[in-house]
Design a protein. Structure first.
Lengths: 809, 333
């Protein structure tokens, strides 16, 4: 019997195509008569288009046409793919198509647009000031479904100590109704003041986390054309079938009339969950001019139109007992929501609640609309920010209380019976304490911590740790496979392929049930005309969990059909038969059996449920359509994940770092990094290592170098190239890295695997913010990024490089 | 007119095979010609559609501008020699390592493979207001946006400013100043030779240029005299990331020591002022002194005399002092 595929290192099937360059990404496609589109970006952060004169552009030789905001789906409050009311610099106003990209660009320059500048705001705190500007004409926050305006008073601002963020309460009337709103969200579990009353130590800190652009290597390019009323779209997207659903919805089409092709995606990090808003432009333009339209997004455009992680300004009070147990957390957070979203602070609050299990917790938050590029989920949204900011404070408390920093985290870490967040959410499994314990050994905590604070020449050693959870699964999607008469097992996947290997790795769950070798498996993905099943969005680290389950279900159904066919033809009961090594055979007499190919041929002859003529009635509609289209091709299994389960899914990464801070330059070298993860059963060790390192390094960049820079007066961005935005490079991360997994299966899912993409970011970021504070002899600057200028100013005792609540610097 | 970026507009491309032909083309286009070396600075400008030359004179085929040769009294480096070649040349590595260290820390391997030594020296400033097409002094306008009280100027100058506060981004410049290099410039009326530190032009003289090169001149050769061959060198670059970053500040020194005493020294810093600075006051303090922390501190303090911070670059004052201090200390080895 073949070894289980789950747990092995198997090179993904698309590897050669990727490293040889044969893999075709959205912008590599061409179609007959294709033209190129270019966008006209807004030059200012908030304005209205008064007049457009494109006559000179349209008269140019080679120019095919123009698409304006009047010709795209309209939204009063949401984001349009083209707009006459830009809410941020770089938002697309119109597009021009031409026979070459150069002509299209030249034509854009010939368009005359009159813009009326409108008030704008970049820093949420500025919008909360009395008479501060609002990012939108409708207001500066969304409360429920409505826009509203929240302003804090001079007294509110004066109530906070110098450099601290105010924490004003909503003003209530006698009945407890809100009369004057100071925040948009408020919840409390327990009694936070009672928690502080029993605390031996209370920290009160103001923290600032910058916004950072996602910066996937592949910008969000799209090529689209129409044939006989059907839209064909090649686009850069994280998820495939769910992007098809999104585009169909946005354009008012039946899903069957959208053929979505996206075999490869050069990264998304949450910014392309169902593709992107701008992908509608080539679709609409192609319909208008009846030619295929390619829209290649440039790096600078990606910085505008791509998404960003919302920055956060917050004040947090944390109460500790003498032993380090957290009695209360009181978090008040502002989110920089950009024009169309509300920030990540809610997720930050529940992540803090889960990670530290405070006995009492209050959260108050405001998501402010600003005129900065749009925000979206970025790998561990909310979680990565708050963990990066709070972990150095755990160290500060541990120092003041004289307890071991790791022990303090373990003491507050949850176990399987945890209830967290405003609604007391529960989880399927929690093995974070096991990860902390394993990390303590692996990282050699005792030895490294003994070096903490040592000065060697001009370099001071710092040791840090970050404990970071994030969501890790979902339920109820479909598996779809066909056992062909040639004996091969074709497994169809509706996920996207954004570099995580999940289209291949989750397929192993079906193959393992059947006991087939990987060489007998063909994975079908990347083109919705190839009969794909309904799948999760490739986001929220759902795929590993959701689709090992869905494929396990399909595998079980296929096995059951194989057993039935064998019993039918060879006698006995289905339960007498097993499958392995490409055969279905009698357990008591393994020579009595048939090959999977023979069984597939029998399935075709039998028809009905065996060949997919009849299907389960609980399948999602798209799976049903895909399965029906393939009925009769072999033994077909289409099954929904009905395994059920109680509670949410979270995985964990505990990151440990040792750094050296040069006290004369403020430069930080990361000399070592260890990560230990709780993500259930390990499906693909090398792939998991790639996720853990990649995500952790992304977090390290957030802690150390990556940033936004805006001129506060003019409202325009400077860090719109990779070299100015400074995501981390390979030299910025240590050579000396290691990872491990606790390898304890999640008890509620058949394969035992949970997702892992997201918690790594907070672990990488927090390990560094914690280690840097340690190297700063315990001084937590409580902001990101910790660049040399920021650290050196502090070390030299000079005026801080930035105001305590400054953003985008 | 609407603004669009990231698409290079069309231009006339020339690829002459001699420096004379290249200069003739530059004369013909009279200020509208653009000299293309490795393109690492040029492509950015063109992609941004802010600088739009009519004609581009690509020096890739000019053989006389290529290569490194060891001469009787030093080394001559052709202007079009790539930074990778500079960083790895055995004679330079053996005897002029301050230059190879500087070259090897520039940007990325890919950029060093394309970028040339002359390009690294003659490149334009990276002030993002100016590079973003803002109509500032340097762009022919009548204000400096980067020195406004609210401006984002963490990367800008603390010394030698004059209306413009942008800094020279060259990492090889301080190393070549420390080595007392000479730059050979060829123009329509022949050749002239300038000292490394005189090649760069501050805003007080001409706010719209970075070097003494006229629009019809080429930097053809960098001559390194043997004066400092095998001397005690120090080079350090402080940047936010370890690759693909312009320096926040760099320091380069060449020194001769005898019995722990610094007999002679040249110290240069870049990232502090609109031009790479040779720190003659610090040199005078150091000469004849022990290469010690105390000497270093005195030299560092002298270096920052008169430094004035903008809103966000105060850290450059201690950074410059510390880098000079380290360089003096570092010459002990």
């Amino acid at each position: 019997m073949a070894d289980k595929l789950v747990g092995q290192d198997i090179a993904p099937d698309d590897l050669h195509a990727k490293i040889t360059g044969r893999a075709k990404y959205a912008e590599d496609f061409r179609a007959d008569g294709m033209v190129f589109a270019k966008l006209l970006p807004s030059p200012m952060p908030h304005c209205r288009v008064l007049r457009i004169d494109a006559s000179e552009a349209l008269a140019m030789e080679g120019v095919i046409g123009i698409l304006t905001a009047d010709e795209v789906p309209q939204s009063e409050v949401g984001e349009q793919c083209l707009t006459n009311h830009p809410h941020y610099e770089g938002e697309a106003v119109l597009a021009i198509a031409a026979v070459s990209e150069t002509i299209a660009a030249d034509a854009i320059e010939k368009v005359r647009v009159d813009f009326e500048p409108l008030p704008f705001v970049l820093n949420p705190l500025d919008s909360l000031r009395p008479n501060g500007p609002n990012g939108r004409l409708e207001g500066n926050v969304r409360v429920g479904r409505d826009f509203a305006t929240i302003k804090w008073t001079d007294e509110d601002f004066a109530s906070a100590p110098e450099g601290s963020m105010p924490m004003p309460d909503n003003v209530l009337d006698a009945d407890g109704e809100i009369v004057v709103r100071k925040n948009d969200t408020e919840w409390m579990v327990g009694d936070v003041e009672a928690g502080f009353a029993e605390a031996d130590l209370i920290l009160d800190e103001t923290i600032v986390h910058q916004s950072v652009t996602h910066h996937p290597m592949e910008p969000r390019s799209t090529m689209a054309y129409w044939q006989n009323g059907r839209l064909f779209m090649h686009t850069s997207t994280q998820s495939l079938v769910r992007t098809r659903q999104a585009v169909a919805g946005q354009l008012g089409l039946d899903m069957e009339d959208v053929v979505m092709i996206g075999e490869y995606c050069g990264g998304g990090f949450g910014s392309k969950i169902t593709g992107s808003t701008i992908q509608l432009v080539p679709a609409l333009f192609a319909r208008k001019i009846n030619r295929p339209v390619m829209l290649r997004i440039t790096r600078a455009e990606e910085t505008y139109l791509g998404r960003a992680r919302p920055g956060m300004q917050a004040r947090v009070r944390i109460g500790y007992r003498a032993n380090g147990r957290i009695t209360a957390i009181d978090l008040y957070a502002l989110g920089d929501g950009g024009p169309f979203a509300g920030g990540d602070q809610g997720s930050s609050a529940s992540t803090a609640s889960l990670t530290y299990t405070p006995l009492n917790m209050r959260f108050r938050g405001v998501g402010i609309r600003t005129n900065t590029p749009p925000k979206a989920a970025q790998r561990g949204p909310g979680g990565a920010q708050i963990i990066g900011m709070l972990e150095p404070l755990m160290d500060k408390a541990a120092r003041e209380l004289g307890v071991d920093r790791l022990a303090l985290r373990r003491l507050n870490a949850p176990t399987a019976d945890v209830r967290f967040g405003p609604r007391g959410g529960s989880l399927t499994s929690v093995f974070v304490r096991e990860a902390i314990d394993q990390g303590r050994e692996l990282f050699n905590w005792e030895e490294r911590i003994s070096r903490s604070g040592q000065l060697n020449g001009t370099k001071r050693t710092g040791v840090g740790v970050g404990v970071s959870p994030y969501t890790a699964g979902s339920r109820g999607f479909d598996g779809l496979l066909v056992i062909q008469p040639d004996g091969k097992v074709r497994i169809h996947q509706g996920l996207g392929n954004l570099g995580t290997n999940s289209i291949f790795d989750t397929a192993r769950a079906a193959a393992d049930v059947l006991g087939v070798e990987w060489s007998d498996v063909e994975v079908v993905w990347g083109d919705t005309s190839r009969n794909l099943p309904w799948s999760a969005v490739q986001a929220g680290s759902q795929s590993t969990h959701a689709h090992t389950r869905a494929n396990h279900a399909a595998g079980l159904q296929a096995k059951e059909k194989l057993q039935s066919i064998a019993a039918m033809d060879l006698g006995g009961n289905p339960g007498d038969y097993d499958t392995a090594d490409g055969r279905v055979f009698q357990r008591s007499n393994p020579s009595r059996g048939m090959t999977l190919g023979q069984a597939a041929t029998r399935a075709i002859a039998l028809g009905g449920r065996y060949s997919g003529e009849e299907l389960d009635d609980d399948l999602n509609a798209m799976t049903e359509a895909s399965a029906s289209a393939m009925a009769g091709e072999g033994l077909l299994a289409a099954a929904r994940d009905n395994f059920g389960g109680q509670g949410g899914l979270q995985s964990w990464v505990v990151g440990f770092a040792e750094v050296e801070l040069d006290v004369e330059t403020g430069k930080v070298d990361v000399v070592h990094f260890t990560a230990v993860t709780d993500c259930g059963t390990v499906v693909h060790p090398r792939g998991l290592g790639g996720q853990v390192y990649g995500g952790s390094f992304q977090g390290m960049g957030m802690a150390m170098s990556q940033k936004w820079v805006f001129d506060p007066v003019w409202g325009v961005s400077f860090a719109k190239r990779l070299y100015t935005a400074r995501p981390p490079g390979i030299l910025d991360v240590p050579l000396d890295v290691q990872w491990a997994a606790v390898e304890l299966p999640d008890p509620q899912t058949p394969v035992g695997a949970k997702g892992i993409g997201e918690p790594c970011v907070g672990a990488g970021s927090a390990a560094l913010t914690s280690a840097i504070a340690d190297a700063m002899e315990g001084t937590c600057l409580c902001r990101t990024p910790l660049t040399p200028d920021v650290l050196l100013a502090e070390i030299e005792g000079r005026a801080p490089a930035y105001g305590p609540l400054d953003l985008h610097v | 007119m609407a603004i669009i970026r990231d698409m290079i507009p069309a231009f006339e491309l020339f690829q002459p095979t001699s420096a004379d032909d290249a200069i003739e083309l530059l004369v013909r286009y009279d200020g509208d010609g653009w000299v293309l070396g490795g393109g690492m600075d040029s492509f950015d400008w063109w992609k941004e559609r802010i600088k739009r030359p009519t004609a581009v004179v690509d020096l890739v085929n000019v053989a006389s501008l290529q290569g490194i040769s060891v001469t009787a009294d030093g080394v001559e480096i052709g202007a079009m020699t790539t930074l990778t070649e500079v960083a790895t040349h055995p004679e330079l590595v053996a005897n002029y390592s301050v230059l190879t260290e500087a070259a090897s820390q520039i940007a990325t391997p890919q950029i060093r493979n394309r970028g040339t030594l002359a390009g690294n020296l003659a490149q334009d400033t990276r002030c993002w207001y100016y590079r973003g097409g803002w109509p500032c002094y340097r762009a022919g306008g009548n204000t400096c946006y980067a020195s406004a009280p609210t401006a984002m100027n963490r990367e800008h100058a603390i010394l030698g400013t004059n209306r413009c506060v942008a800094v020279s981004p060259s990492d090889t410049a301080p190393a070549l100043i420390a080595l007392d290099a000479q730059f050979v410039i060829q123009g329509p009326s022949g050749e002239r030779v300038v000292d490394a530190e005189d090649f760069f032009m501050g805003p007080a003289k001409d706010i719209e240029r970075m070097t003494v090169l006229d629009s019809d001149e080429l930097l053809t050769t960098i001559r390194i005299p043997s004066t400092w061959a095998g001397a005690s060198f120090y080079y350090e670059k402080v940047e936010d990331r370890k690759a693909w970053d312009f320096a926040l500040m760099t320091v380069a020194t060449a020194a001769r020591l005898s019995g722990g005493v610094i007999e002679d020294i040249r110290i240069a810093v870049n990232g502090a002022a609109p031009v790479p600075l040779r720190l003659e006051a610090s040199e005078r303090i150091v000469r004849g002194q022990a290469a010690s922390e105390q000497t270093g501190m005195q030299a560092g303090e002298a270096a920052i005399q008169g430094a004035q911070a903008l809103r966000h670059n105060d850290y450059k004052i201690p950074l410059m002092r510390n880098l000079v201090r380290r360089a003096i200390r570092g010459t002990e080895a």
